[in-house]
Design a protein around this ligand. Structure first.
Ligand code: S3P
Length: 472
């Protein structure tokens, strides 16, 4: 799909308080962890994009009964293939009354404890989702279920030894493909995994989660230490489910074998998706503002908000309470001038997925913005540092690139560029915002990748008054 996006000519249309799609990181975890609980979990507001459908698809292949909020079997399609999750087992307890506010993106997952996963008859297709592949590697290794995890072309280029290596240290029988990339093959094991101590050189919630999930199946304490504290959604949800889990500095330990309680969760909105709309409000013509409600603001994820403060931006935040151990807030941003910022260290880790849109803000701010400590971006859905550098240069910004970051300046962006998403949702979304703030129309090709995390994004821009033309 090709879209042509023209610059905004006037303030954004006021739409009142908006909700962004459910948090992707939390949605993956909610589905997967619920499958390991003893009983039925109810999850409302799941992320609607392709990545979370991949997780649901893999669970269905592992025999996990997965229902819509109204009790009908989960049906969905992934990459054009239809799937129906296994039906509710005969004799299961009746479903609780359907909550009035549950909608299409709600799920009921029927867990059968740690031993409930069945061997799949074909490879598990993780699509474009690195979180799916890495978290399932931990669970399958722990459960000793024989399975192969595969992904699309972009996922098949991403490093997987970073999870396979630590799992092997816990005595998992696990292999990766050529150069440590997918597929990941997990072999059946009669004996359980051994609890152990893993020290990682990379700060990564996906590696941490894979190890902690495997640790649930061991007999003893498994710990994971990383240089800086990565997002802690796994820790928060496992605790809610009754796991014995402790945190000291950057070390998290879990004790197995665990018995996990089912849960009810209303997934907060995804700050990583909210970031594009907040950034839009900041760079839109004077008089624009955007208000978002029920957005997750977990501090281990909220580096983007701190980064906005470094740009001198004022964003209104009002805490609304919590959802299963996750803080949730109302956020409001209005058009304002931004000053170049220096972003690095812990802040960048806590906003790692927001670096593309932060680079766009850097290009539009006065002065120079320097982003360092972001080398992980080179191994995301695309090499995001390279994509941002070349795209922003094509739009007239001055960009220097380092192995672990970018320096961006210019203060304005010009129209006329054709930017390819490189099959990466965050690149498609970031350049859409850049296009709205440029001085002429910009074309974005393979723009449909935005659907991985933000289905309906271009339609939302149109509702906000933007001139977005879908060309094919
Ligand atoms: C995620 C962790 C981060 C992040 C990704 C989602 C998660 O990846 O970039 O989008 O849900 O655990 P790493 O663990 O590779 O840093």
């Amino acid at each position: 799909m090709r879209v042509r996006i023209s610059p905004l000519r006037g303030p954004l249309r006021p739409l009142g308080a908006l909700r962004v799609p459910g948090d992707k990181s939390i949605s993956h975890r909610a589905l997967l962890f619920a499958s390991l609980a003893d009983g039925e979990s109810r999850i409302a507001g799941l992320a609607p994009g392709g990545d979370v459908r991949s997780t649901a698809f893999c669970l269905a292949q592992l025999g996990v009964p997965l229902l819509r909020g109204d009790g009908t079997p989960w049906r969905s399609s992934v990459a054009g293939r239809e799937f129906v999750a296994p039906v509710r087992p005969a004799g299961a307890a009746p479903l609780p009354e359907r909550d009035a506010d549950m909608d299409q993106d709600d799920a009921i997952v029927i867990g059968h404890g740690l031993a409930g996963l069945k061997e799949p008859i074909s490879a598990l297709d993780c699509g474009n989702s690195g979180t799916t592949m890495r978290l399932f590697a931990g669970v399958l290794a722990g459960a000793g279920v024989e399975a192969t995890l595969v992904g699309d072309a972009s996922l098949s280029r991403r490093p997987m030894e970073r999870v396979a290596g630590p799992l092997r240290k816990l005595s998992a029988a696990i292999e990766t493909g050529p150069d440590g990339r997918p597929p990941i093959r997990v072999r059946r094991r009669a004996a359980g995994l051994q609890a152990g101590t893993i020290v990682s050189e990379i700060s990564s919630a996906q590696i941490k989660s894979a190890v902690l999930l495997a640790g649930l199946f061991t007999d003893g304490e498994t710990s994971f230490t990383e240089p800086l504290r990565s997002r802690d959604h796994t820790e928060r949800l496992l605790r809610q489910m009754g796991a014995e889990l402790s945190v000291r500095g950057t070390t998290v330990s879990v004790r197995g074998p665990a018995r996990l309680k089912p849960f009810a969760l209303d997934v907060p909105g995804d700050l990583s998706s909210a970031a594009f709309l907040l950034a839009l409000a900041l760079v839109a013509p004077e008089g624009s503002s955007i208000e978002l409600e029920h957005v997750g603001v977990n501090p281990t994820r909220a580096g983007f908000l701190d980064a906005l403060a470094s740009f001198g931006a004022r964003v209104f935040l009002e805490l609304e309470g919590g959802a299963a151990g996750e803080p949730v807030a109302k956020l409001k941003a209005s058009a304002q001038r931004l000053e170049g910022a220096r972003l690095d260290g812990d802040l960048v880790l806590r906003g790692i997925d927001e670096v593309p849109i932060l680079a766009v803000l850097g290009a539009l701010a006065t002065g120079t913005t320097v982003i360092r400590g972001a080398s992980e971006l080179r191994v995301k859905e695309s090499d995001r540092l390279a994509q941002m550098a070349s795209g922003l240069r094509a739009m007239g910004a001055t960009v220097e690139d380092f192995p672990d970051g970018l320096s961006v300046s210019g203060g304005k962006l010009r129209g006329g560029a054709v930017i390819d998403s490189a099959h990466d949702h965050r690149i498609a979304l970031a350049f859409s915002i850049a296009a709205l703030a440029a001085d002429g129309p910009t074309e974005i090709t393979s723009a449909e990748w935005a659907d991985v995390s933000f289905p309906g994004f271009f339609q939302l821009l149109q509702r906000l008054g933007a001139d977005v033309e879908i060309l094919n």
